[in-house]
Design a protein around this ligand. Structure first.
Ligand SMILES: Cc1cc2nc3c(=O)[nH]c(=O)nc-3n(C[C@H](O)[C@H](O)[C@H](O)COP(=O)(O)OP(=O)(O)OC[C@H]3O[C@@H](n4cnc5c(N)ncnc54)[C@H](O)[C@@H]3O)c2cc1C
Length: 408
């Protein structure tokens, strides 16, 4: 379907597609099996400027927004959902800095993230604080010019490959949600170390690590968004970043369809191709319709959201205020509901479509040396991270009820 993408957007899509199909597809099984970090692919993505597609030009980016990021992540995920996280996790690190960073923080950190010179990660989850980020125990205590951080974060994607982290800790445990604060940390700082590496069902090219903080000194100028504003930083980030998960889910679903259809056309039983059975055709029809509906929702929401985001980025450069504050000032709405809807819909579609792709192929679909089962394993995480789909439903439900109340 023609989504009337701009020339720049089409170029991003084609560049990402070429790298995905020519460079990533041949090696995806290797990284899935070995769980090595795909550094040679990162180099390809750097050379093609794909890390920078959504960064403002003054920080070395291509000046796009969420849609540009989604186009790149979708195409890469079509080949490998795990490898797509090299870019998607860096985006999750960068968005809070873009939205809440001071001019100095943006100048210091965004250019390296935009070029892919240094990769990023975002770490809010803790053993006791998953869906409930307000239960954060990791502490940050101001001592002179430094915050001293202690505690454990877990399930950090891009784990030890990243060099810049946006990390959440409590500066005032007595204040609960209002005590949460966000910080920018760098790999190699004394007191920051990596613990357990998780062994996972899917996205195995992406390392998921525990991070330990033992009297880690963070310069006070690396506080992001102000003391006690951590929950706003996290929520504001998710409003913008969840379409990124959706695009990963969408790419995974499309990749599964690509592989399953190629096989179904070729495989013969009862003297005919298995694709020609009416039951298969109906399955193919449902899979294709769901994926196109997911794509239409994703592109239309990110296009609309980008109007707010890009205008706020421009205004913030002039005013010196944060992009988040400019967005709040100029826009009549937040994007919480729509971004949760996109993440929910695309990830549920992805799980359904990849499961059906295995079914369509029969026994071979279940085998490790055939690519379809990997898509099904990779799809599952998109229903879990950046808020489980139960949490997305909670947020959508609450937003709908609030809108109803406002209408009176
Ligand atoms: C592979 C992987 C990579 C990850 N990467 C990152 C990362 O880079 N950075 C990061 O910070 N985190 C990351 N996470 C953490 C992820 O975001 C959390 O796992 C997720 O938010 C759920 O938290 P939890 O695992 O503690 O589950 P829990 O919060 O314990 O939830 C368990 C179950 O209870 C349900 N539940 C909980 N609360 C409610 C509620 N209020 N209403 C309805 N149902 C509810 C959940 O939906 C779920 O089904 C990653 C996780 C995984 C598995």
């Amino acid at each position: 379907m023609n989504y009337f993408l701009t020339e720049e957007q089409q170029a991003i899509q084609e560049t990402a597609r070429e790298i995905a199909q020519k460079k990533i597809k041949p090696v995806r099984e290797h990284y899935d099996v070995t769980e090595e970090y795909p550094w040679p692919i990162v180099e390809e993505l750097r050379k093609a400027d794909l890390f920078g597609v959504y960064f403002p030009t003054q920080y070395g980016g291509l000046g796009g927004g969420g849609l540009e990021l989604c186009l790149a992540v979708e195409e890469i995920s079509r080949a490998c959902g795990g490898i797509a996280l090299t870019i998607a996790c860096t985006a999750l690190c960068a968005f809070p800095i873009i939205l809440f960073g001071t001019p100095e923080q943006k100048k210091k950190y965004l250019p390296d993230l935009a070029s892919g010179k240094r990769l990023g990660a975002f770490t809010i989850t803790e053993p006791e604080a998953g869906s409930d980020a307000t239960a954060t125990r990791c502490s940050a205590k101001l001592e002179g010019n430094y915050y001293v951080l202690n505690g454990t974060k877990n399930f950090c994607s891009n784990g030890n490959a990243a060099e810049i982290y946006t990390l959440f800790a409590t500066t005032n445990p007595a204040r609960g949600a209002r005590g949460l604060s966000a910080f920018i940390l760098e790999k190699g700082w004394p007191g920051l170390s990596f613990g357990k590496k998780e062994v996972k069902m899917g996205i195995r090219a992406s390392p998921t690590y525990e991070i330990n903080l033992d009297n880690c000194k963070v310069p006070k100028e690396n506080l992001l968004g102000g003391e006690g504003r951590g929950l706003s930083v996290a929520q504001g980030t998710f409003d913008i970043s969840r379409p990124g998960v959706a695009s990963q889910a969408l790419g995974i679903a499309q990749g599964a369809i690509d592989e399953a259809l190629a096989y179904a056309k070729m495989r013969k039983q009862f003297g005919q191709s298995i694709a020609s059975f009416q039951s298969s055709l109906h399955m193919i029809a449902d899979m294709s319709t769901q994926v196109e509906a997911a794509r239409a929702l994703l592109y239309s929401v990110t296009k609309a959201m980008d109007k707010d985001l890009l205008a706020a980025e421009e205004a913030a450069e002039k005013s010196g205020k944060t992009v988040y504050d400019e967005m709040k000032k100029n826009s009549s709405k937040r994007w919480t509901k729509e971004s949760a809807m996109v993440k929910l819909f695309c990830s549920d579609v992805s799980m359904k479509v990849t499961t059906d792709a295995v079914q369509l192929c029969g026994g071979i679909g279940y085998m490790r040396d055939f690519p379809v089962e990997k898509f099904m394993r990779d799809a599952k995480i998109t229903q879990i991270y950046e808020g489980t789909n139960q949490i997305q439903r909670n947020e959508i439900g609450a937003a709908v009820i609030k809108e109803l109340a406002q209408k009176g």
